[in-house]
Design a protein around this ligand. Structure first.
Ligand SMILES: *Cc1c(COP(=O)(O)O)cnc(C)c1O
Length: 380
């Protein structure tokens, strides 16, 4: 079955016999037992809930995994994943990470005795050199947030497999429509379902997907024990979002490509970071490991004053954190998503006062370009 079809029909499992086309929202905390030792398979919604299960089975199929677990937020998924690691463990991670993940590593994982070394993961030799005897995992985002660096997933997965490490990939930006890390050798895929999977900027969710069944059981145990599982209604919203994932992302990507071209040619724009541009350093790797470039891009303007002016002048495009929804949003990483990153490291990565990030939505490209034109113009 093709991807788009799987998005709509999910696991195909029916949970009642009314013939309901949409999976029902099982808004219940607990489930009755018919007798002692006679569970229906559903005991308590933190452990199992049919609506959440339907979402989990759908996402597992889309990522070619054996199991998925749905969490209240992307950060809840990542925080639970970190419970796999004992104090004294070491993790090598990309140095251009979602700000919240960086904050978790720095202020929570560290306190729990987990040491994280950040490296430029586009440089495979540098990543390999950071591996130590106590290293347990490599943690990647590709394309990365917000600089859109692309990491060669097959090359990293070969290293982690040889050394017995877990290869963890945050696949929020491309989703399984365009990139399937498990197929490229990764062990764990993370999603902020809040973004493209949900796709409507209306709910938060997170997912972990794995292929190995033993690892799935360990994570399932942590999921039910720490308890940050996704609510039935939110599970249903993400399921509904996934039904249109294919058409949404294809159109969003098409518009992103047009906007990248427009920005590149604009005199007030200095640099455009979009993996779909041939001059992007990750273009060639993207062409082999992904089937699309997505609709996230970043760009720089002349200085901080120019960036603030753009943010104040956009009107159709919203100035807000988050991404992947039908509404186009612009983010100022320095003050929003990446505000908690130590300044020196932030600046070294190019996340300065000139950098703006754009999540291209589903509005007509002409209207978006007109809005950008208005925002960028008039300050020369
Ligand atoms: C948003 C995001 C997260 C965190 O997800 P939440 O749902 O906001 O908790 C993690 N990784 C990436 C790449 C993100 O964009």
């Amino acid at each position: 079955m093709k991807f788009e079809t799987k998005c709509i029909h999910g696991s195909g499992k029916r949970y009642d016999d009314t013939g309901a086309v949409s999976v029902p929202i099982f808004q219940t905390a607990t489930f009755l037992h018919k007798g002692v030792g006679q569970s229906t398979g559903y005991d308590y919604s933190r452990l199992q809930n049919p609506t959440r299960e339907s979402l989990e089975d759908t996402v597992a199929q889309l990522e070619n995994g054996s199991a998925a677990l749905a969490f209240a937020t992307g950060m809840a998924a990542i925080a639970t994943l970190m419970e796999l690691f004992e104090p004294g463990s070491h993790i090598v991670a990309s140095d251009d990470l979602y700000g919240g993940t960086h904050r978790l590593f720095e202020h929570v994982s560290n306190k729990n005795g987990i040491d994280v070394t950040l490296v430029d993961s586009t440089d495979i030799a540098c990543l390999e050199a950071a591996i130590r005897p106590d290293t347990k995992a490599v943690y990647l985002e590709t394309p990365s947030n917000p600089m859109m660096h692309v990491t060669d997933l097959r090359a990293v997965a070969q290293i982690t497999r040889e050394r017995g490490l877990l290869c963890i990939v945050d696949n929020t930006f491309l989703t399984p429509l365009y990139q399937r890390p498990l197929d490229l050798g990764a062990d764990v895929v993370i999603h902020s379902g809040t973004k493209f999977l949900g796709g409507h900027n209306d709910t938060l969710a997170g997912l972990l997907v794995v292929r190995d069944t033993t690892l799935a059981e360990r994570l399932r145990f942590l999921h039910k024990t720490t308890g940050a599982c996704l609510a039935p209604f939110d599970s249903w919203l993400i399921l509904r979002g996934i039904k249109t994932l294919g058409v949404r992302m294809a159109r969003q990507q098409e518009t992103a490509m047009q906007i990248a071209g427009y920005l590149k040619a604009h005199p007030a724009v200095d640099a455009v970071y979009y993996p779909g541009l041939k001059e992007h350093p990750g273009y060639d790797i993207s062409c082999v490991q992904t089937t699309g470039f997505g609709s996230m891009l970043s760009f720089t303007v002349r200085d901080g004053a120019a960036a603030r002016q753009v943010l104040e002048r956009i009107s159709l495009i919203g100035f807000a954190e988050s991404l992947g929804g039908v509404e186009t949003l612009m983010t100022y990483p320095m003050l929003q998503t990446h505000a908690d990153i130590p300044e020196a490291r932030r600046l070294a990565k190019g996340i300065d006062d000139r950098l703006l990030r754009l999540s291209v939505g589903l509005e007509a490209s002409e209207d978006l370009i007109e809005d950008l034109d208005h925002a960028l113009g008039g300050h020369e």
